[in-house]
Design a protein. Structure first.
Length: 456
């Protein structure tokens, strides 16, 4: 392909941005929700924000295989539309919901082992109490998140992102309100701290599900996409597991690395863990909007792949990478120029004593974030493109190899107490080592023979 075809087609930018704008707005709502959650918890206590950081990572480690699997309904929907298999869409979403219910049962049972998980970390007793509360509630209520992910695939796979935005924003607004009420005990609710933050996250999914379900069963959708085809069907389930499970396992491998990273930082000290947790949340300002663009990119690549139009599929990957890189660069500049401003948002009377030390540590960590987020924009865009064409097994294998090497490095650094900067350097290396893998795979063309949409 020529440079012009790969990066300079205005219609492709227009199509990509038109689909991306609602998703970016919803993602900015998610960032605001997470940011507000972090601020409320930092106001509550430094221990609370540190606990939520590592418990949130461990929760993602445990739920990511299921989220990655049921979320693949969107990719299959896009491929089906490209292959003119609209009538298969409703049944696929239902099978995703059934897998979500099974996954919810698994995570509910795992919630009873929350205290055991944190007993292995070596964290202080006070920190473990908060970590256990946060994780137990998130795991017990994960089924609602799984269901929302499965139904969301119906909308994002068809490019119906405005309705998806409204549904997600409703849940995010509910989360912010419930956070304030439940963390601090307002309007007659008891003061629940980190437990309140977790419960608010779980309950807010109900608002998203309500909107999505209403639109899913609209008359036009029932007629064209057979959304009332609720019967269990082994073939769509096998299709979801074939492509979605490697996708979820790849997310789990990355989540394991990040959980190990947070656990290693937590053993260095609470201030270091709190600074890392805040820096990681600030990274959401860059990565979440880019992830939204990548979802729109996946829709367009998946539809092109379903049409067997591989040239357009690659072109959308190129154009999506440019959009993601522009956004990441702008945010990285602010991390370098205004790091103190970001951390000042987390200052309150309850943490003022340790805040000077926390900011000094956090400003340095934001330099790492500014460096690796430039490579991460490439990872997010190109990985989304390969996932959209069904190349999830190869992605899983490639990420697993690089992750294994970095895990060995983190364990070595943790054992020999090499310090915070060495551990952060290793995680930065992990992110920056992945882009060459995606370039190699796309150029090989091996993904072109994969068929996500099938008549059976």
């Amino acid at each position: 392909m020529t440079y012009q075809e790969l990066f300079c087609q205005s219609p492709k930018y227009n199509r990509l941005l038109r689909l991306s704008v609602p998703l970016v707005l919803a993602s900015l709502g998610l960032v605001f929700m997470q940011f507000t959650d972090a601020i409320f918890l930092s106001w509550y206590s430094p221990t609370a924000i540190a606990a939520a950081g590592i418990a949130g990572m461990l929760n993602w480690l445990l739920v990511s295989p299921i989220v990655g699997t049921v979320s693949y309904t969107g990719t299959i929907t896009a491929n089906n539309l490209g292959a003119d298999l609209d009538n298969k869409t409703g049944s696929m979403i239902w099978q995703g919901v059934y897998l979500a219910l099974i996954g919810g049962l698994i995570t509910f049972l795992l919630s009873f082992a929350s205290d055991f998980f944190f007993s292995l970390t070596g964290h202080s007793p006070d920190l473990q109490v908060f970590e256990t509360q946060y994780l137990r509630i998130l795991l017990a209520g994960s089924v609602l998140n799984f269901i929302a992910c499965a139904i969301s695939g119906f909308f994002i796979g068809r490019g119906d992102n405005t309705r998806l935005m409204v549904a997600q924003l409703s849940g995010q607004v509910a989360n912010v309100v419930l956070d304030y009420v439940m963390i601090f005990g307002k309007f007659g609710f008891p003061e629940m701290g980190v437990a309140g933050a977790a419960l608010a996250t779980v309950l807010s999914n109900l608002f998203t599900i309500a909107f999505l379900t209403y639109w899913f069963f609209k008359r036009d959708n029932r007629k064209r996409f057979i959304t009332c085809d609720w019967h269990p069907n082994i073939l769509p389930i096998r299709q979801l597991l074939r492509f979605g499970l490697p996708n979820g396992l790849q997310w789990a491998v990355s989540a394991f690395l990040w959980s190990l990273f947070f656990a290693a930082v937590g053993r260095i000290g609470t201030v270091e863990l709190a600074a890392t947790s805040i820096a990681f949340r600030l990274n959401g300002l860059a990565s979440v909007p880019v992830a939204a663009v990548s979802r729109a990119l996946g829709t367009l690549v998946g539809k092109s792949h379903g049409e067997l139009n591989h040239k357009d599929a690659v072109a959308y990957m190129g154009h999506g990478t440019v959009v993601c890189q522009v956004w990441m660069t702008l945010v990285a500049v602010t991390y370098v120029v205004l790091p103190e401003y970001y951390f000042e948002l987390f200052k309150s009377d309850s943490n003022s004593g340790a805040f000077t030390e926390l900011m000094a540590c956090g400003v340095t960590l934001l330099r790492f974030v500014a460096l690796y987020c430039l490579a991460d924009s490439i990872n997010i865009a190109l990985c989304a493109g390969l996932q959209a064409v069904g190349d999830t097994k190869w992605i899983f294998k490639g990420v697993s190899i690089v992750t294994f090497l970095v895990i060995i490095g983190i364990m070595f650094a943790d054992y020999y107490k090499c310090g915070l900067m060495v551990i952060w350097s290793l995680i930065t290396f992990f992110i920056m080592a992945l882009p060459p893998l995606w370039f190699f795979r796309i150029r090989s063309g091996a993904w072109k023979s994969i068929r996500v949409a099938t008549e059976s």
